[in-house]
Design a protein. Structure first.
Ligand code: COA
Length: 421
């Protein structure tokens, strides 16, 4: 079976998390991803948060599967010549350097277009054009500037960042979509184009419902927020909503059996209007089914604390998995709070390739997250990340078609560093 992006060559100038997430996805869809790394160092994440001394970190290995690595000093004249040949050969250049770094290297968008008019230049930056466009940005800054932190956390408490890497991996996903869209456009325009995704924009896109609530506030309180029933006045900005459901069906995180000792013994419980009568039966409140104080969603909104208190009295008598077993047949939407330990041991995620075990020559076996997007005609085999400069020789020879003499000269210049066997 062929791969969806087979034949597409990606010049992968990315580092840390946001850019590598994007190019890893493209590699999983079948693109040939050539990671260009600084001689001697490579991507900084190779050495960050190491669990085993002198071995590529999990941070790096889990973000750079299915890629090839070449070391290249792109600030040296010989290195620039090699980079020019890469630009002429590849379909897409992906980068997430600090603002202006590619220009400083001498590769402006105009120059790249001269070299290869059909090239797609895809960039991630922290901010789009505006007052902050020159700023360096990491994950949590994007979460704060994109509206996530101000709307996450408990009411009256500090803003919170989330464990989901919506600034880095989220923006990488957005960029990947931009790249395949530009590749499609190129099939009928014949031209490349510039694709940019700002991390602030990516986070805001994922916080779209919070901007919805900001506008609803002008028309009165947000009655699905718990603070409405608690008679706590709303301010002039979307507040933090704790664990309230963001949708029109009230939901909350509730304690389950064992919560006193297990930090993850909780369930998310949604009181979907369509199955309210089933909720009443299961928690032993049959009298609420026809009671006008409880029978309609609108009547329940001012009483969310009392309602979830009653439901929690029931969930605390069951484990989070028992809650699931009882509620699912009744069509009540619930979900256990799963720890990373539980997720890593979940067989069904292994069966679908969402959790994969990968073998690495230096670190041995480790777990990774496979491609969460499944294409029936383009299966994914998750391959280990490359060692630094592992493919320098084959890229110079097979991709860039340098002669043996030219390769010897390039190596003698020192721009490709030491090649690891
Ligand atoms: N050969 C020679 N030089 C290279 C090179 C190579 N192969 N690859 C990178 N460099 C140089 C760059 O040109 C740059 O030089 P300059 O500062 O003289 O222009 C330098 O290495 C450092 O690159 P930079 O991107 O500034 O790295 P940093 O470690 O200082 O900053 C970030 C890291 C993530 C803060 C920054 O890259 C950034 O803001 N990126 C955009 C937003 C982003 O993606 N953030 C999320 C990361 S998960």
């Amino acid at each position: 079976m062929s791969k969806a992006l087979e034949g597409i060559k990606i010049l992968d100038f990315t580092h840390v998390q946001s850019g590598p997430t994007c190019t890893q996805l493209l590699a999983w869809f079948g693109a040939d991803v050539i990671k260009v790394e600084r001689p001697g160092f490579g991507d900084a994440t190779r050495g960050q948060l190491r669990d085993i001394p002198d071995v590529d970190s999990l941070y790096f290995t889990m973000l750079n599967h299915n890629k090839r690595s070449i070391e290249l000093n792109t600030k040296d004249e010989t290195g620039k010549e090699v980079l020019i040949r890469l630009i002429k050969t590849c379909d897409v250049l992906v980068e997430n350097f600090a603002p202006g770094a590619l220009d400083r290297m001498g590769f402006t968008w105009e120059r790249i277009q001269e070299l290869n008019p059909s090239m797609i230049l895809a960039s991630i930056k922290g901010f789009g054009p505006g007052p902050f466009e020159d700023c360096k940005v990491y994950e949590n800054i994007a979460q704060c500037a994109g509206g996530s932190a101000s709307t996450t956390g408990m009411l009256g408490d500090v803003p919170l960042v989330t464990g989901a890497q919506i600034g880095d991996s989220g923006t990488g996903l957005h960029l990947a979509l931009g790249i395949v869209t530009a590749l499609f456009h190129r099939t009928h325009s014949g031209k490349g184009q510039k694709v940019t995704a700002a991390m602030q924009d990516g986070v805001l896109n994922l916080c779209r419902v919070k901007l919805r609530d900001q506008q609803r506030l002008a028309h009165g309180p947000l009655d699905e927020y718990s603070q409405f029933g608690e008679n706590i006045p709303f301010g002039d900005a979307t507040p933090r909503a704790g664990n309230d459901s963001g949708g029109g069906q009230p939901g909350r995180i509730l304690k389950c059996k064992g919560w006193e000792t297990d930090p993850d013994a909780y369930t998310y419980f949604i009181t979907q209007a369509a199955v309210w009568k089933n909720v009443c039966d299961v928690i032993g409140k049959a009298e609420w089914k026809e009671d006008p104080d409880w029978s309609t969603p609108k009547a329940r909104l001012p009483r969310l604390n009392q309602m979830f208190g009653a439901i929690e009295d029931w969930t605390m008598t069951k484990t989070k998995f028992e809650v699931m077993e009882i509620c699912n047949p009744l069509n009540i939407p619930v979900g256990p709070i799963l720890s990373m330990k539980e997720i890593s041991e979940e067989q069904s995620l292994r069966d679908t390739g969402t959790i994969v075990e990968v073998d690495h020559p230096e670190r041995g076996k480790y777990l990774s997250v496979g491609n969460p997007v499944k294409l029936s005609g383009s299966p994914v085999e998750v391959l280990r990340s490359p060692l630094l400069a592992e493919h320098t020789d084959e890229i110079l020879l097979d991709v860039l078609n340098y002669s043996a003499k030219e390769i010897a000269e390039i190596k003698a210049s020192g721009v490709v560093g030491e090649v690891k066997s």
